[in-house]
Design a protein around this ligand. Sequence first.
Ligand code: ZN
Ligand code: ZN
Length: 121
Amino acid sequence: MEEMIRCRTCGTEYSGDHCPTCLCALHTDEDPEYDCGGVMEPVSVWVKPDGAWELILRCRSCGEMETFPVAKGDNPMKLLSVASKPLANPPFPIERLEDIAKMTGATGSTGDFGGAYEQGE
Ligand SMILES: [Zn+2]
Ligand SMILES: [Zn+2]
């Protein structure tokens, strides 16, 4: 039997690793040194090569990043709003961003993105 956790952000009771309503999680770790207890907020969603969605959460207290697989009951509207957030401030290391770009087929040099920046010159 899984332990129910009450979400500190929206009050939803849930079992599992993150809240299905607001997609926040608590920053816990088996190692007490890393168990800060802060609230982890969703900063982005990315799609793995096998098509599975993963949430990228960042801890409000310590800034630590973690990824969680998207669960079946997760709020689809919230997922979409997180997924469509502009990445003005990439929350993950830049090498991770390059991996994501490779996976989505963006070349970053002569691809379709190039044209977007050249317009209007
Ligand atoms: Zn919540
Ligand atoms: Zn933390």
